[in-house]
Design a protein around this ligand. Structure first.
Ligand SMILES: [Zn+2]
Length: 455
Protein backbone atom coordinates (compact mmCIF):
# COMPACT_ATOMS: atom_id res chain seq x y z
CA UNK A 1 0.00 0.00 0.00
CA UNK A 2 1.14 3.55 -0.60
CA UNK A 3 -0.60 5.10 2.37
CA UNK A 4 2.46 5.24 4.62
CA UNK A 5 4.50 6.84 1.87
CA UNK A 6 1.79 9.43 1.20
CA UNK A 7 1.53 10.36 4.85
CA UNK A 8 5.27 10.73 5.04
CA UNK A 9 5.18 12.86 1.95
CA UNK A 10 2.91 15.35 3.67
CA UNK A 11 5.29 15.48 6.63
CA UNK A 12 8.22 15.84 4.30
CA UNK A 13 6.72 18.73 2.38
CA UNK A 14 6.05 20.60 5.64
CA UNK A 15 9.76 20.54 6.47
CA UNK A 16 12.03 23.41 5.48
CA UNK A 17 14.08 22.96 2.35
CA UNK A 18 17.56 24.41 2.99
CA UNK A 19 20.01 25.09 0.22
CA UNK A 20 22.11 21.98 -0.08
CA UNK A 21 25.34 23.93 -0.13
CA UNK A 22 24.90 25.94 3.08
CA UNK A 23 25.50 23.76 6.13
CA UNK A 24 24.88 25.56 9.39
CA UNK A 25 28.10 27.17 10.56
CA UNK A 26 29.25 25.90 13.96
CA UNK A 27 31.12 28.53 16.07
CA UNK A 28 33.45 25.88 17.51
CA UNK A 29 34.46 24.84 14.00
CA UNK A 30 34.88 28.48 12.94
CA UNK A 31 37.27 28.88 15.90
CA UNK A 32 39.36 25.83 15.16
CA UNK A 33 39.60 26.80 11.49
CA UNK A 34 40.85 30.23 12.56
CA UNK A 35 43.38 28.62 14.92
CA UNK A 36 45.31 26.97 12.05
CA UNK A 37 48.68 28.74 12.00
CA UNK A 38 50.68 29.43 8.81
CA UNK A 39 53.69 30.21 11.04
CA UNK A 40 53.68 26.78 12.70
CA UNK A 41 53.24 25.16 9.28
CA UNK A 42 56.20 27.15 7.93
CA UNK A 43 58.36 26.08 10.88
CA UNK A 44 57.47 22.42 10.34
CA UNK A 45 58.32 22.59 6.65
CA UNK A 46 61.70 24.21 7.38
CA UNK A 47 62.56 21.60 10.01
CA UNK A 48 61.53 18.71 7.74
CA UNK A 49 63.56 20.11 4.84
CA UNK A 50 66.61 20.55 7.09
CA UNK A 51 67.18 16.78 7.01
CA UNK A 52 69.46 16.14 4.03
CA UNK A 53 67.09 13.56 2.64
CA UNK A 54 63.98 11.77 3.87
CA UNK A 55 64.40 8.97 1.36
CA UNK A 56 62.70 5.86 2.73
CA UNK A 57 65.93 3.85 2.55
CA UNK A 58 68.19 6.63 3.91
CA UNK A 59 69.90 6.76 7.32
CA UNK A 60 67.49 5.19 9.83
CA UNK A 61 69.24 6.59 12.92
CA UNK A 62 67.14 8.92 15.03
CA UNK A 63 70.20 11.14 15.48
CA UNK A 64 71.02 11.19 11.75
CA UNK A 65 70.02 13.56 8.95
CA UNK A 66 67.99 10.94 7.05
CA UNK A 67 64.51 9.49 7.40
CA UNK A 68 65.18 8.15 10.91
CA UNK A 69 65.83 11.66 12.17
CA UNK A 70 62.73 12.96 10.41
CA UNK A 71 60.58 10.17 11.88
CA UNK A 72 61.79 10.99 15.38
CA UNK A 73 61.02 14.66 14.89
CA UNK A 74 57.50 13.98 13.55
CA UNK A 75 56.82 11.72 16.50
CA UNK A 76 58.11 14.34 18.94
CA UNK A 77 55.85 16.96 17.33
CA UNK A 78 52.78 14.72 17.74
CA UNK A 79 53.82 14.13 21.38
CA UNK A 80 54.16 17.88 21.90
CA UNK A 81 50.71 18.49 20.39
CA UNK A 82 49.31 15.84 22.71
CA UNK A 83 51.00 17.33 25.79
CA UNK A 84 49.61 20.78 24.94
CA UNK A 85 46.13 19.22 24.75
CA UNK A 86 46.34 17.34 28.05
CA UNK A 87 47.65 14.04 26.63
CA UNK A 88 44.68 13.35 24.43
CA UNK A 89 46.58 11.92 21.45
CA UNK A 90 47.85 8.33 21.36
CA UNK A 91 51.17 8.53 19.48
CA UNK A 92 52.68 5.35 18.04
CA UNK A 93 55.37 4.14 15.71
CA UNK A 94 53.95 1.68 13.19
CA UNK A 95 57.16 -0.13 12.24
CA UNK A 96 57.10 -3.06 9.85
CA UNK A 97 59.40 -5.16 7.70
CA UNK A 98 58.85 -4.34 4.05
CA UNK A 99 59.86 -7.32 1.90
CA UNK A 100 61.94 -6.60 -1.21
CA UNK A 101 59.78 -4.92 -3.88
CA UNK A 102 62.04 -4.22 -6.87
CA UNK A 103 62.80 -1.85 -8.41
CA UNK A 104 62.08 0.75 -5.72
CA UNK A 105 62.76 -1.47 -2.66
CA UNK A 106 65.73 -3.65 -3.75
CA UNK A 107 66.18 -5.31 -0.35
CA UNK A 108 64.00 -5.91 2.68
CA UNK A 109 63.77 -2.78 4.79
CA UNK A 110 62.30 -1.63 8.07
CA UNK A 111 59.77 1.16 7.48
CA UNK A 112 57.99 3.33 10.02
CA UNK A 113 54.71 5.23 9.88
CA UNK A 114 54.02 7.70 12.67
CA UNK A 115 50.42 7.54 13.89
CA UNK A 116 48.62 9.88 16.29
CA UNK A 117 45.08 8.92 17.28
CA UNK A 118 42.50 11.23 18.82
CA UNK A 119 39.94 8.80 20.28
CA UNK A 120 36.31 9.70 19.70
CA UNK A 121 33.86 10.18 22.54
CA UNK A 122 31.56 7.55 21.04
CA UNK A 123 31.68 4.65 23.53
CA UNK A 124 31.24 2.11 20.73
CA UNK A 125 34.58 0.25 20.55
CA UNK A 126 34.15 -0.15 16.79
CA UNK A 127 33.73 3.62 16.54
CA UNK A 128 33.90 5.12 13.11
CA UNK A 129 37.22 6.65 12.13
CA UNK A 130 38.42 9.52 9.97
CA UNK A 131 42.00 9.49 8.65
CA UNK A 132 44.07 12.47 7.52
CA UNK A 133 47.39 11.57 5.96
CA UNK A 134 50.59 12.81 4.32
CA UNK A 135 53.95 11.20 3.53
CA UNK A 136 57.15 12.27 5.25
CA UNK A 137 59.54 10.48 2.87
CA UNK A 138 61.10 12.31 -0.09
CA UNK A 139 63.21 11.54 -3.15
CA UNK A 140 65.74 13.02 -5.54
CA UNK A 141 65.86 12.53 -9.35
CA UNK A 142 67.00 8.92 -9.04
CA UNK A 143 64.40 7.10 -6.92
CA UNK A 144 67.15 4.91 -5.47
CA UNK A 145 69.47 7.79 -4.50
CA UNK A 146 69.50 7.45 -0.70
CA UNK A 147 72.16 10.08 0.06
CA UNK A 148 71.62 12.99 -2.36
CA UNK A 149 69.80 16.07 -1.09
CA UNK A 150 66.02 15.61 -1.28
CA UNK A 151 64.35 18.43 0.67
CA UNK A 152 60.84 17.42 -0.42
CA UNK A 153 59.30 20.71 0.70
CA UNK A 154 56.14 20.64 -1.37
CA UNK A 155 56.21 16.85 -1.81
CA UNK A 156 55.35 16.29 0.91
CA UNK A 157 56.63 18.31 3.87
CA UNK A 158 53.69 20.61 3.08
CA UNK A 159 51.22 17.77 3.73
CA UNK A 160 53.03 16.56 6.87
CA UNK A 161 53.15 20.11 8.25
CA UNK A 162 49.39 20.37 7.66
CA UNK A 163 48.73 17.04 9.40
CA UNK A 164 50.86 18.10 12.40
CA UNK A 165 48.98 21.39 12.58
CA UNK A 166 45.64 19.56 12.40
CA UNK A 167 46.73 17.31 15.27
CA UNK A 168 47.76 20.38 17.26
CA UNK A 169 44.46 22.19 16.74
CA UNK A 170 41.91 19.35 16.68
CA UNK A 171 43.28 17.50 19.74
CA UNK A 172 42.03 20.39 21.90
CA UNK A 173 38.45 19.56 20.90
CA UNK A 174 36.17 16.57 21.43
CA UNK A 175 34.52 14.66 18.63
CA UNK A 176 32.23 11.66 18.49
CA UNK A 177 34.32 9.88 15.84
CA UNK A 178 37.97 8.92 16.16
CA UNK A 179 40.47 10.92 14.09
CA UNK A 180 43.78 9.37 13.00
CA UNK A 181 46.66 11.67 11.99
CA UNK A 182 49.01 9.68 9.79
CA UNK A 183 52.54 10.44 8.56
CA UNK A 184 53.64 7.57 6.33
CA UNK A 185 56.93 6.46 4.77
CA UNK A 186 57.55 4.70 1.46
CA UNK A 187 55.14 6.77 -0.66
CA UNK A 188 57.83 7.55 -3.23
CA UNK A 189 58.91 3.90 -3.39
CA UNK A 190 55.54 2.22 -3.92
CA UNK A 191 53.02 3.57 -1.39
CA UNK A 192 54.47 1.05 1.08
CA UNK A 193 53.62 2.79 4.35
CA UNK A 194 50.03 3.64 3.47
CA UNK A 195 49.50 0.16 2.01
CA UNK A 196 50.69 -1.43 5.24
CA UNK A 197 48.43 0.74 7.41
CA UNK A 198 45.35 0.44 5.16
CA UNK A 199 45.76 -3.33 4.94
CA UNK A 200 45.95 -3.65 8.72
CA UNK A 201 42.89 -1.40 9.06
CA UNK A 202 40.92 -3.60 6.67
CA UNK A 203 42.05 -6.76 8.49
CA UNK A 204 40.68 -5.43 11.77
CA UNK A 205 37.52 -4.25 9.95
CA UNK A 206 38.14 -0.62 10.90
CA UNK A 207 35.16 1.56 10.06
CA UNK A 208 36.98 4.27 8.11
CA UNK A 209 34.37 6.74 6.96
CA UNK A 210 36.79 9.07 5.16
CA UNK A 211 40.47 9.26 4.31
CA UNK A 212 41.94 12.64 3.32
CA UNK A 213 45.34 12.49 1.63
CA UNK A 214 47.34 15.73 1.55
CA UNK A 215 50.16 15.43 -0.96
CA UNK A 216 51.74 18.46 -2.70
CA UNK A 217 49.61 21.19 -1.14
CA UNK A 218 52.42 23.72 -0.73
CA UNK A 219 52.50 26.07 -3.67
CA UNK A 220 50.04 28.42 -5.30
CA UNK A 221 52.45 29.20 -8.15
CA UNK A 222 52.28 27.25 -11.41
CA UNK A 223 55.19 26.40 -13.69
CA UNK A 224 54.30 29.37 -15.93
CA UNK A 225 54.51 31.75 -12.97
CA UNK A 226 50.79 32.33 -12.62
CA UNK A 227 49.42 32.30 -9.07
CA UNK A 228 46.14 30.80 -7.88
CA UNK A 229 45.61 31.14 -4.13
CA UNK A 230 41.90 30.52 -4.41
CA UNK A 231 41.53 26.84 -5.27
CA UNK A 232 42.67 23.35 -4.40
CA UNK A 233 42.16 20.21 -6.43
CA UNK A 234 40.36 17.29 -4.84
CA UNK A 235 40.74 14.01 -6.71
CA UNK A 236 37.80 11.63 -6.23
CA UNK A 237 37.55 8.22 -7.84
CA UNK A 238 34.39 7.03 -9.59
CA UNK A 239 33.86 3.36 -10.40
CA UNK A 240 36.94 1.46 -9.21
CA UNK A 241 38.86 -0.46 -11.88
CA UNK A 242 37.96 -3.86 -10.48
CA UNK A 243 38.00 -6.98 -12.57
CA UNK A 244 34.98 -8.47 -10.84
CA UNK A 245 32.54 -5.84 -9.52
CA UNK A 246 30.39 -7.05 -6.63
CA UNK A 247 26.57 -6.82 -6.67
CA UNK A 248 26.58 -3.44 -4.96
CA UNK A 249 28.91 -1.98 -7.58
CA UNK A 250 27.00 -3.57 -10.46
CA UNK A 251 23.77 -2.04 -9.15
CA UNK A 252 25.43 1.37 -8.98
CA UNK A 253 26.78 1.08 -12.53
CA UNK A 254 23.46 -0.13 -13.96
CA UNK A 255 21.52 2.71 -12.37
CA UNK A 256 23.66 5.68 -13.37
CA UNK A 257 25.51 5.92 -10.07
CA UNK A 258 29.01 6.06 -11.51
CA UNK A 259 29.43 9.63 -10.21
CA UNK A 260 28.02 8.71 -6.82
CA UNK A 261 30.62 6.35 -5.44
CA UNK A 262 31.48 6.96 -1.76
CA UNK A 263 34.64 8.97 -2.66
CA UNK A 264 32.58 11.30 -4.86
CA UNK A 265 29.87 11.74 -2.21
CA UNK A 266 32.69 12.52 0.23
CA UNK A 267 34.13 15.07 -2.23
CA UNK A 268 30.72 16.79 -2.52
CA UNK A 269 30.48 16.95 1.27
CA UNK A 270 34.00 18.45 1.51
CA UNK A 271 33.15 21.06 -1.10
CA UNK A 272 30.06 22.12 0.86
CA UNK A 273 32.00 22.30 4.13
CA UNK A 274 34.74 24.38 2.48
CA UNK A 275 32.16 26.79 1.05
CA UNK A 276 30.76 27.32 4.56
CA UNK A 277 33.99 27.57 6.57
CA UNK A 278 36.80 28.49 4.15
CA UNK A 279 35.04 30.49 1.42
CA UNK A 280 38.35 31.91 0.16
CA UNK A 281 39.41 28.46 -1.08
CA UNK A 282 37.32 26.81 -3.75
CA UNK A 283 37.46 23.02 -3.76
CA UNK A 284 37.79 21.95 -7.37
CA UNK A 285 36.49 18.39 -7.38
CA UNK A 286 38.08 16.28 -10.11
CA UNK A 287 36.32 13.10 -11.16
CA UNK A 288 39.50 11.00 -11.31
CA UNK A 289 41.44 8.94 -8.76
CA UNK A 290 44.68 10.88 -9.36
CA UNK A 291 46.69 12.68 -12.02
CA UNK A 292 48.08 10.83 -15.06
CA UNK A 293 51.36 8.98 -14.28
CA UNK A 294 50.96 9.66 -10.57
CA UNK A 295 49.52 8.01 -7.49
CA UNK A 296 49.22 8.67 -3.79
CA UNK A 297 48.48 7.24 -0.38
CA UNK A 298 44.72 7.39 -0.89
CA UNK A 299 44.96 4.59 -3.48
CA UNK A 300 45.65 1.70 -1.04
CA UNK A 301 42.59 2.86 0.93
CA UNK A 302 40.44 2.98 -2.22
CA UNK A 303 41.63 -0.50 -3.17
CA UNK A 304 40.31 -1.74 0.16
CA UNK A 305 36.91 -0.15 -0.27
CA UNK A 306 37.43 2.95 1.89
CA UNK A 307 36.26 6.40 0.69
CA UNK A 308 39.55 8.23 0.11
CA UNK A 309 40.34 11.47 -1.71
CA UNK A 310 43.46 13.49 -2.48
CA UNK A 311 44.13 17.21 -2.02
CA UNK A 312 46.76 18.71 -4.36
CA UNK A 313 47.67 22.30 -5.24
CA UNK A 314 46.01 23.82 -8.35
CA UNK A 315 48.94 23.65 -10.80
CA UNK A 316 52.16 21.80 -10.11
CA UNK A 317 55.63 22.98 -11.05
CA UNK A 318 57.31 19.76 -12.14
CA UNK A 319 60.77 21.39 -12.08
CA UNK A 320 60.34 21.37 -8.31
CA UNK A 321 59.33 17.75 -7.80
CA UNK A 322 61.47 14.61 -7.73
CA UNK A 323 64.46 16.67 -8.90
CA UNK A 324 68.04 17.02 -7.66
CA UNK A 325 68.56 20.51 -6.28
CA UNK A 326 70.48 22.37 -8.99
CA UNK A 327 70.49 25.25 -11.43
CA UNK A 328 70.57 24.28 -15.08
CA UNK A 329 70.65 26.86 -17.90
CA UNK A 330 69.54 29.45 -15.39
CA UNK A 331 66.53 27.37 -14.26
CA UNK A 332 66.27 26.30 -10.61
CA UNK A 333 65.30 22.70 -9.98
CA UNK A 334 64.52 20.97 -6.69
CA UNK A 335 61.83 20.92 -4.05
CA UNK A 336 63.11 23.64 -1.72
CA UNK A 337 60.97 25.45 0.86
CA UNK A 338 61.55 28.94 -0.57
CA UNK A 339 58.94 28.41 -3.31
CA UNK A 340 56.13 27.47 -0.93
CA UNK A 341 53.19 29.65 0.10
CA UNK A 342 52.50 28.94 3.77
CA UNK A 343 49.30 30.95 3.84
CA UNK A 344 48.04 28.73 1.06
CA UNK A 345 49.04 25.53 2.92
CA UNK A 346 47.16 26.88 5.94
CA UNK A 347 44.01 27.36 3.87
CA UNK A 348 44.18 23.76 2.61
CA UNK A 349 44.70 22.64 6.22
CA UNK A 350 41.63 24.71 7.18
CA UNK A 351 39.49 22.82 4.66
CA UNK A 352 40.78 19.57 6.18
CA UNK A 353 40.09 20.85 9.71
CA UNK A 354 36.52 21.88 8.96
CA UNK A 355 35.84 18.63 7.08
CA UNK A 356 37.20 16.44 9.87
CA UNK A 357 35.32 18.40 12.53
CA UNK A 358 32.00 18.33 10.66
CA UNK A 359 32.23 14.64 9.80
CA UNK A 360 33.46 13.68 13.30
CA UNK A 361 30.52 15.49 14.89
CA UNK A 362 27.91 14.44 12.33
CA UNK A 363 25.96 11.20 12.52
CA UNK A 364 27.28 8.29 10.46
CA UNK A 365 26.03 8.17 6.86
CA UNK A 366 22.80 6.14 6.66
CA UNK A 367 23.17 2.47 5.79
CA UNK A 368 20.78 0.30 3.85
CA UNK A 369 19.71 3.21 1.65
CA UNK A 370 17.38 1.96 -1.06
CA UNK A 371 15.23 3.44 -3.78
CA UNK A 372 12.01 1.53 -4.41
CA UNK A 373 11.98 0.19 -7.95
CA UNK A 374 9.32 -2.49 -7.82
CA UNK A 375 6.80 -0.86 -10.16
CA UNK A 376 6.51 1.91 -12.76
CA UNK A 377 5.64 5.26 -11.15
CA UNK A 378 6.57 8.94 -11.34
CA UNK A 379 7.07 9.58 -7.62
CA UNK A 380 10.19 8.45 -5.79
CA UNK A 381 10.25 6.52 -2.52
CA UNK A 382 13.46 6.03 -0.54
CA UNK A 383 14.08 4.00 2.59
CA UNK A 384 17.05 3.48 4.87
CA UNK A 385 18.07 1.96 8.20
CA UNK A 386 17.67 4.19 11.24
CA UNK A 387 21.00 5.78 12.25
CA UNK A 388 21.59 4.90 15.93
CA UNK A 389 22.95 8.26 17.12
CA UNK A 390 21.63 10.17 20.12
CA UNK A 391 22.37 13.48 18.39
CA UNK A 392 20.51 12.59 15.20
CA UNK A 393 18.09 15.36 14.21
CA UNK A 394 16.87 14.02 10.88
CA UNK A 395 17.65 12.93 7.36
CA UNK A 396 18.02 14.96 4.22
CA UNK A 397 17.04 13.64 0.83
CA UNK A 398 19.11 15.39 -1.83
CA UNK A 399 18.89 15.21 -5.60
CA UNK A 400 20.22 16.74 -8.79
CA UNK A 401 20.03 16.40 -12.53
CA UNK A 402 21.94 13.31 -13.70
CA UNK A 403 24.34 15.57 -15.59
CA UNK A 404 24.89 18.01 -12.69
CA UNK A 405 28.00 17.60 -10.53
CA UNK A 406 26.60 18.82 -7.18
CA UNK A 407 23.34 18.51 -5.23
CA UNK A 408 20.66 20.94 -6.41
CA UNK A 409 17.65 20.15 -4.19
CA UNK A 410 17.15 19.03 -0.62
CA UNK A 411 14.25 17.97 1.55
CA UNK A 412 14.50 17.22 5.26
CA UNK A 413 12.60 14.45 7.01
CA UNK A 414 12.21 13.94 10.78
CA UNK A 415 14.50 11.54 12.61
CA UNK A 416 11.81 8.93 13.26
CA UNK A 417 11.17 8.50 9.52
CA UNK A 418 13.06 5.86 7.54
CA UNK A 419 10.89 5.80 4.43
CA UNK A 420 9.80 8.85 2.48
CA UNK A 421 8.31 9.72 -0.88
CA UNK A 422 9.24 12.72 -2.96
CA UNK A 423 6.17 13.41 -5.05
CA UNK A 424 6.46 14.71 -8.58
CA UNK A 425 10.15 13.90 -8.93
CA UNK A 426 10.91 10.78 -10.93
CA UNK A 427 13.92 8.67 -10.01
CA UNK A 428 14.27 8.04 -13.75
CA UNK A 429 15.36 11.65 -14.33
CA UNK A 430 17.57 12.64 -11.39
CA UNK A 431 20.15 11.22 -8.97
CA UNK A 432 19.10 10.87 -5.33
CA UNK A 433 21.10 10.60 -2.11
CA UNK A 434 20.30 10.46 1.61
CA UNK A 435 22.27 12.21 4.38
CA UNK A 436 21.95 12.17 8.18
CA UNK A 437 22.36 15.37 10.21
CA UNK A 438 22.38 16.49 13.85
CA UNK A 439 20.67 19.40 15.59
CA UNK A 440 23.67 21.68 14.99
CA UNK A 441 23.50 20.99 11.26
CA UNK A 442 26.54 18.72 10.86
CA UNK A 443 25.73 16.44 7.93
CA UNK A 444 27.13 13.12 6.85
CA UNK A 445 28.06 12.65 3.20
CA UNK A 446 25.15 11.49 1.05
CA UNK A 447 24.63 7.82 0.21
CA UNK A 448 23.54 6.67 -3.25
CA UNK A 449 20.57 4.31 -2.98
CA UNK A 450 20.61 0.71 -4.15
CA UNK A 451 17.61 -0.38 -6.23
CA UNK A 452 15.02 -2.32 -4.20
CA UNK A 453 13.03 -4.51 -6.56
CA UNK A 454 10.48 -5.78 -4.03
CA UNK A 455 7.91 -3.85 -2.03
ZN1 LIG B 1 53.99 12.97 -2.80
Amino acid sequence: MRSSALILTAAVLAAPCPAADSPTADPEIRDLVAAISPERIQRSVYVLTSFKTRHTLSDPLASGDGIGGAASWVRAEFERASKDAGGRLRVERDTFEQPPAPPRIPQAASLTNIVATLPGTDPDPSARTLVVSAHYDSRATNPLDVTGAAPGADDDASGVAAVLELAHVLSRHKFAATIVFLAVAGEEQALNGSTHWAKAARERSADIEAMLDNDIIGSSRAEDGSVDRGSVRLFAQGVPPEAAPDDHLLDLIRNGGENDTPPRELARAIREVAAAYVPSLKVRVIYRADRYLRGGDHLPFLERGYPAVRFTEPAEDFRRQHQDVRVENGVAYGDTPDHLDFGYVADVARVNAATLAVLAKAPAPPRGVQIEAARLENDTTLRWDAVPDGNLAGYRIVWRETTAPYWEHAMEVPKDVTRATVTGVSKDNVVFGVEAFDAAGHSSPAVFPAARRTL
